[in-house]
Design a protein around this ligand. Structure first.
Ligand SMILES: Cc1cc2nc3c(=O)[nH]c(=O)nc-3n(C[C@H](O)[C@H](O)[C@H](O)COP(=O)(O)OP(=O)(O)OC[C@H]3O[C@@H](n4cnc5c(N)ncnc54)[C@H](O)[C@@H]3O)c2cc1C
Length: 396
């Protein structure tokens, strides 16, 4: 056989995944440049102070908050994959809390307003949110009910005389809760109607009776603001109902699918980033006269991590492809969310191990990746709830 015919493995292959076009790659490039140039230099400061509101305005100006949103509402009219690109590239800000705060806007609150909202609601909230001029938050979780959404107690009572709803209750762990202009609020409107007794309300956060209580201190995601909120006789007009009265539970379950898929994409991107940084470290750090990456024990850790990251990525991309083509693939989204969140935490943990003592030091930022990624096994539905959804989807 002539030398020219010998086929050698190409480990440097960089062909993009088939769901992405050249346009997606250009977008990827510009978001990455933006994150590195305009966000990353502030990451350390924002860990202490939370990221500032101008990030929303700047990203709105650049069109990044409406990549997959309709042009008539100020969006870019792109496909769902553009949203994946944003979630993936924002990891280059090195600021997990920022990525989460932005995702609440782009993938958790604007979508239900566009999907279920009236034209007035879209104009009032979605348009300025896409432009980065208004900030939104999502209120599902309460002090006494998180996984069990049907167990929430926040009540909205219809006052027929005034054609208003009167809201009483509280919400906790609310991302963007301190800075938001409005909240997509899950309420109970008919306690006797089971799953048909919930209603979503779009509540301006400056309404009398909305109290922004504590700024909660967290293990990770320090750059995001996380609020405990109280609602005391808050009155909103009946026009604040988002979607159908009594169908809020189904509406929020729909919302959670987008939240979980984008969370899975962010988990994969976070895992890849901490892997890449650790790979560089393992090639430079020496022990017993050689780079630590040349020990088989360490090499195999990288092999395991890379295989898991790639598996999770394929799950996310294939599920996104189904989503983009009009399917409602709840089982696959749930699997992708569960698996990506788990492996991201495993990867970050191994990366701390590979860094040795330096992995435990703040200076290297690896411990921060672990702290930030740890949330993904809890937020948007815990691992245990994901397993319940998957298990039940088989009729069990
Ligand atoms: C930083 C952060 C940001 C967040 N942002 C938001 C936000 O913006 N908006 C919002 O609404 N919420 C937000 N959340 C809330 C998050 O979605 C919930 O914490 C999550 O859904 C879990 O609910 P919980 O904390 O009440 O835990 P619980 O429901 O009390 O669960 C406690 C444990 O019991 C397990 N468990 C519960 N039910 C079952 C079951 N049926 N089978 C087996 N195990 C079970 C859980 O898996 C978990 O391990 C945020 C949370 C955090 C930490």
């Amino acid at each position: 056989m002539a030398t020219a015919d010998v086929l050698k493995p190409d480990f440097a292959t960089r062909r993009k995944h088939f769901i992405f076009t050249d346009d997606h790659e250009q977008l990827r490039d510009s978001i990455r440049r933006f994150a590195i140039k305009e966000l990353q230099p502030h990451a350390e400061e924002w860990e202490e102070t939370t990221f500032p509101d101008w990030v929303f305005e700047r990203m709105g100006e650049l069109g990044f908050l409406g990549l997959d949103k309709p042009v008539e509402y100020g969006g870019q009219g792109g496909d769902y994959y553009t949203s994946l690109v944003l979630a993936e590239e924002l990891v280059h800000a090195h600021c997990g809390g920022l990525g989460m705060g932005i995702a609440v806007q782009t993938d958790m609150t604007i979508p239900p307003v566009l999907k279920f909202g009236t034209e007035e609601q879209k104009q009032e909230w979605a348009v300025p949110a896409i432009a980065g001029k208004k900030i939104l938050c999502l209120g599902i979780t309460e002090p006494d009910a998180g996984s069990d959404v049907s167990g929430i107690k926040t009540r909205a009572v219809y006052d027929e005389a005034n054609d208003e709803y009167v809201i009483n209750g509280s919400k906790t762990f609310i991302t963007n809760g301190h800075r938001a202009h409005a909240i997509v609020l899950v309420t109970k409107t008919d306690p006797d109607a089971g799953y048909d007794g919930f209603t979503l309300l779009l509540v301006p956060m400056d309404s009398p009776g909305v109290i922004r209580e504590k700024r909660l201190q967290k293990l990770g995601m320090h750059a995001s603001d996380t609020a405990l909120l109280a609602f005391q006789d808050v009155r909103v007009p009946a026009t604040a109902v988002l979607g159908q009265v009594g169908k809020g539970f189904y509406h929020i379950m729909w919302e959670l699918q987008g939240e979980r898929l984008i969370g899975a994409a962010a988990s994969v991107a976070g895992a890849q980033q901490v892997f890449d940084r650790t790979l560089t470290y393992a090639k430079e750090r020496t022990a017993f006269g050689r780079p630590i990456g040349r020990f088989q024990a360490i090499r195999h850790k990288f092999a395991e991590m890379a295989t898991k990251i790639e598996t999770a990525r394929q799950m996310v991309y294939t599920t996104a492809w189904r989503f983009e083509h009009g399917e409602y693939p709840v089982r696959e989204i749930t699997m992708a969310k569960l698996y990506a969140a788990r492996i991201a935490v495993e990867v970050a943990d191994e990366c701390i191990q590979i860094h040795g003592g330096n992995g435990y030091m703040k200076e290297y930022g690896i411990e921060r990746s672990w702290r930030d990624l740890r949330l993904n096994r809890i937020g948007a539905g815990s691992d245990e709830i994901m397993l319940e959804v998957i298990g039940r989807s088989y009729g069990l």
